[in-house]
Write a protein that binds this ligand. Structure first.
Ligand SMILES: Cc1cc2nc3c(=O)[nH]c(=O)nc-3n(C[C@H](O)[C@H](O)[C@H](O)COP(=O)(O)O)c2cc1C
Length: 211
C-alpha cells in the first residue's frame, strides 16, 4: 500500500470481529515496530503479545472498562525496557522512552492499515494491574496498548484541522512563509507574475491589431 494511503485511511477501531490474525501478519507488524527510531538507538521497545482471553478481559477492565478491547484477538502491549535508557539518560529516561515507544506504536498502526487490519491506541490503563497481569519486571514500563484484529465497520475518518493550523515559521504563530526557504513558492509567484505580464502584452497586441 502507498504510504499516503496508509496514513490517510488509518482509523481507530472499537469494534472487532471474531477472526484470528495470522502469525505471519503479526510478525510483520512487530518487525515494523522494531524499525522505529529510538534515542541513542537503544531499541528499548518491548512488545508483549496478549492472546489469553482472561488476561485481555482484565486489561480491558483496567483500561477504564473499555471492554470492546477484549474482543480484539490480540493486544500488543508496547513497553520500554528502561534499564539501558536510565543508564544513558538518567532523569530524562522516561521522557525518551515515551517517544521511542510512540514511534514504534505508530509504525505498527500504519503497518496494520497496510495489511488490512484494524487497530487502536490505548494509554489509559491502571499500570499496576497491567504490570501484575503481564508479570513485568520493575525496569519494564507499559506505555501503550494496541488492540489488533479485523472489523466489519466502515472506518470512520475523524476530521482534522487544515495543516496550516499547525505550522509556524521561525517563531511560534508566525504564518508568513520565508520565500528564501521555499524557492518553489517564489518560483511559482514569479511564474504567475510572468503569466500576467504575457497576458497584458497579448491584450495590447490584440488592441493594436483592432485599430
Ligand atoms: C495517547 C492516545 C490515547 C488514546 N486513548 C484512547 C482510548 O483510551 N480509547 C479509544 O477508544 N481511543 C483512544 N485513542 C484514539 C483516539 O481517540 C483517536 O486517535 C482520535 O480520536 C483520532 O481518531 P483516529 O485515530 O480514528 O484518526 C487514543 C489515542 C492516543 C494517541
Amino acid at each position: 500500500m502507498d504510504l499516503d494511503i496508509a496514513i490517510n485511511t488509518r482509523a481507530s477501531c472499537r469494534n472487532f470481529i471474531d477472526k484470528k490474525v495470522p502469525i505471519r501478519l503479526l510478525h510483520m507488524l512487530l518487525e515494523s515496530g522494531s524499525k522505529a527510531p529510538s534515542a541513542g538507538n537503544l531499541q528499548d521497545f518491548r512488545f508483549i503479545i496478549v492472546t489469553d482471553e482472561d488476561k485481555k478481559k482484565e486489561i480491558a477492565e483496567a483500561s477504564l472498562k473499555q471492554l470492546w478491547m477484549a474482543d480484539a484477538p490480540i493486544l500488543i502491549v508496547v513497553c520500554s525496557d528502561l534499564k539501558n535508557v536510565i543508564r544513558f539518560y538518567e532523569d530524562r529516561a522516561e521522557y525518551y522512552a515515551l517517544q521511542d515507544v510512540s514511534a514504534a506504536a505508530e509504525n505498527i498502526l500504519l503497518k496494520a492499515t497496510d495489511l488490512g487490519l484494524a487497530s487502536n491506541w490505548i494509554s489509559v490503563f491502571d499500570e499496576n494491574v497491567v504490570r501484575r497481569n503481564l508479570r513485568l519486571p520493575e525496569n519494564v514500563k507499559p506505555y501503550i496498548i494496541i488492540p489488533i484484529g479485523y472489523t466489519k465497520e466502515k472506518p470512520r475518518h475523524r476530521k482534522r484541522h487544515s495543516v496550516e493550523t499547525f505550522i509556524s515559521f521561525n517563531t511560534f504563530g508566525n504564518r508568513k512563509y520565508d520565500l528564501n526557504l521555499f524557492p518553489i513558492i517564489k518560483y511559482k509567484r514569479e511564474e504567475q507574475k510572468q503569466d500576467v505580464f504575457t497576458l497584458i502584452k497579448d491584450k495590447l497586441k490584440k488592441r493594436k491589431s483592432r485599430h
